[in-house]
Design a protein. Structure first.
Length: 688
């Protein structure tokens, strides 16, 4: 097949269009979409992109099934029944835009902060996710949204320790001799890292998985440390203890390129393997051996992911882990160090894309997306400000994905709340919309992407024309701005112009057009000689910035909000990792993928199941004081004793009783980054 750089919907000869996967995954795969007579017939990985190498996950390989889904939203809809009923009637775009603009103008005239945008990573694109939408809400003076539901705890921890979301290059994991896969299940959520890890394994590397759940990745590693949820910092401090006690340290690197060593040393020496074993629920010998392996193997690499940071002490835990490579001097080697996110290495011109200068002189308040359940139910007050009167939801499905969803449903069910949802499908949240606006999928619009798992920029070209009356997110907000009378030139920028603005001269846009991706020019071992993007230029074991906020400047172990053993009524800790064939709540309505997952599932250890009379296949009720949901039990050693794994995130209306796992999760926040604590959750389980 020929390689086309432009969309051609008239030729009968098949063409291939270069694009990028938009979904919330570190891989940011390069795509090739085959188009015949204007119809996308296949989506595959681009073999010319080294990280993608022609391979896609099962989810995105079926992307045409999602784009051409029979239930795809193709016309604007207005609510015709009660909130939550999902009853709508078609309207024209002109009618929808005029009514939405009128409602927003009336609210803004009284209190613009009563309007709230709610979005996250339904697309990771810089254009469809954070450009014209941000300009619109900045100009409106709407409340700001703290986008905390996934990554902000780890991001803040990296900023306080390494200076930004930076780390080792993905491809060098293939050369490591030891890889710690910590809080991550890459077989399901980071496929292309796993390819590099497998290459390292074939070359003799040792792979260690650290995760409360015995994941598919743990099955393929040499060793699995099934620690209790929320105890990662204790394990990291015990590793430091052993590195110090056995002098597996790079004293020269510590002296030249770190800050706060003596204080960290004193704290770590308090964390014997015996103490950590008691906290983590691990054998002492396993902790000692892991420390020996890490301290005596060169090069050693750590791949963190966000699974470990959905608990109270998340930020401290990430800080503790990312201190480890500086203690051993692992950064000296390209195949040594740590990677949680590479996103801070991209020269994105966010101020150019988002135009915060359009905001009023007094910066509007911020609302945390992780506490939306409480915040939608708050009345006007001096401390909170005006009651939220309007929510515009895009790139998210909060009724399904936000914690303590019983309250989220109550909030969205308010008859006095004006709700607009931009979507591909009639999700749980869409059922509560006053207006439902059809958005384009990745095959139908321009976008540009960075990655949080590698260091390539990717351009997404539209492969097909928008289906039905669907419009891109950027166009919808551009049209709303025009309807509102916003005359600033910033609201005239078209989608491809926004792609060009995202990086400016920092990227060769012609090269992006030619091959679909461009690799950042970065050193192979970025911190071999220090040079961290911190105020000191060093790896900051002690953060003066945290101390100035009245927080502990050193990493420490902070017990969970809901500490296991503290509740006789709810004795089981619950984590809720994604089902392998879903990505948060995306893809749940793709029938071929849902057919693989079948039903919401709870993994429970045989000892815990026997004590409750539960067998594999039993219908069970998972509950606590926040609520309950039903699912099917899988009695399995994938769950450690005392911990259950509620695989998510099912749409509520596709679950077993109109709820999902977030009915029982809570709205308490993390120590750093004000993030959600989904895995800091105690429950009881009983036969339904």
């Amino acid at each position: 097949m020929s390689m086309s750089l432009t969309k051609d919907t008239t030729s009968s000869a098949p063409i291939q269009v270069r694009g990028a996967c938009p979904h919330d995954c570190p891989d940011s795969c390069a795509l090739l979409t085959t188009v015949e007579n204007g119809v996308a017939t296949r989506v595959q990985g681009n073999p010319g992109h080294p990280h993608t190498d022609g391979v896609l996950c099962t989810k995105v390989a079926r992307y045409t099934e999602r784009s051409y889904h029979a239930e795809r939203l193709l016309v604007p809809l207005r609510r015709s029944g009660p909130k939550g009923s999902g009853q709508f009637v078609p309207v024209s775009w002109d009618q929808a835009l005029a009514d939405i603009a009128g409602r927003l103008q009336a609210i803004a005239a009284r209190a613009p902060e009563a309007i709230l945008p709610y979005s996250y990573a339904g697309t990771m694109g810089l254009v469809q996710g954070e450009s014209m939408d941000r300009r619109f809400f900045h100009r409106l003076g709407a409340s700001q949204l703290e986008r905390t539901i996934c990554a902000s705890a780890g991001a803040e921890a990296l900023a306080q320790t390494l200076g930004d979301k930076v780390g080792m290059k993905l491809e060098f994991f293939a050369q490591a001799r030891l890889i710690l896969i910590w809080g991550s299940n890459p077989i399901g959520s980071h496929l292309h890292f796993w390819r590099y890890a497998q290459q390292a394994k074939r070359n003799g590397a040792r792979l260690v998985c650290i995760d409360p759940r015995k994941t598919e990745t743990a099955d393929k590693c040499h060793e699995h440390l099934a620690l209790r949820p929320g105890t990662d910092a204790a394990l990291a401090l015990a590793l430091m203890h052993e590195l110090i006690r056995n002098d597996w340290l790079d004293h020269d690197y510590i002296a030249r390129h770190t800050l706060g060593w003596q204080a960290l040393r004193e704290r770590a020496l308090q964390w014997t393997p015996e103490r950590a074993a008691d906290v983590c629920g691990l054998p002492v010998a396993q902790i000692r051996q892991l420390a020996r392996d890490y301290g005596s193997t060169r090069p050693a690499a750590i791949r963190l992911n966000y699974g470990m940071q959905r608990v109270r002490g998340a930020g401290n835990a990430v800080r503790a882990v990312v201190c480890l490579p500086a203690l051993t001097g692992a950064w000296r080697d390209p195949a040594g160090g740590v990677l949680l996110s590479s996103a801070g290495q991209f020269p994105v011109r966010r101020a150019v894309l988002q135009r915060p200068d359009l905001m009023p002189a007094r910066r509007p308040r911020s609302i945390n997306m992780s506490t939306i359940g409480d915040d939608l139910l708050r009345p006007t007050s001096a401390s909170f400000g005006p009651q939220i009167e309007a929510v515009i939801v895009y790139n998210s499905n909060p009724v399904a994905v936000a914690p303590e969803s019983g309250k989220v449903v109550q909030g969205f069910a308010r008859e006095d709340l004006f709700t607009v949802v931009l979507e591909h499908f009639q999700t749980d949240t869409a059922d509560y919309a006053d207006y439902l606006l059809p958005a384009t999928t990745q095959l139908e619009h321009w976008d540009i992407h960075l990655s949080y798992g590698h260091t390539d920029i990717l351009l997404n070209r539209p492969a097909i024309a928008p289906l039905g009356q669907a419009r891109s997110n950027a166009r919808i907000f551009r049209d709303l701005a025009a309807q509102m009378g916003f005359a600033e030139p910033a609201f005239a920028d078209q989608d491809e112009q926004l792609c060009r603005q995202a990086f400016g001269d920092a990227v060769d846009y012609a090269r992006l057009q030619e091959q679909g991706f461009a690799t950042l020019e970065l050193p192979d071992a970025p911190f071999a000689a220090g040079g961290f993007p911190t105020p000191s230029g060093k790896c900051e074991f002690f953060s003066a910035r945290l101390a100035a906020q009245g927080l502990d400047g050193l990493p420490d172990y902070l017990p969970n909000h809901e500490l296991q053993g503290s509740s006789a009524r709810h004795p089981l800790a619950m984590i809720s990792p994604p089902a392998r064939h879903f990505l948060n709540s995306t893809f749940v309505n793709v029938r071929s993928l849902r057919a693989i997952e079948i039903e919401p599932l709870l993994e429970i250890h045989p000892d815990d199941a026997q004590a409750r009379g539960i067998a594999s296949g039993s219908l069970v009720r998972v509950f606590n004081d926040r609520g309950s949901y039903h699912c099917r039990a899988s009695v399995s050693h994938r769950a450690r004793p005392g911990v259950v794994n509620g695989l998510g995130i099912w749409w509520r209306k596709l679950g077993l009783n109109g709820t999902n796992v977030n009915q029982v999760t809570g709205q308490a926040l993390t120590d750093l980054g004000r993030a959600a604590t989904f895995y800091d959750c105690l429950v009881q389980v009983a036969v339904a």
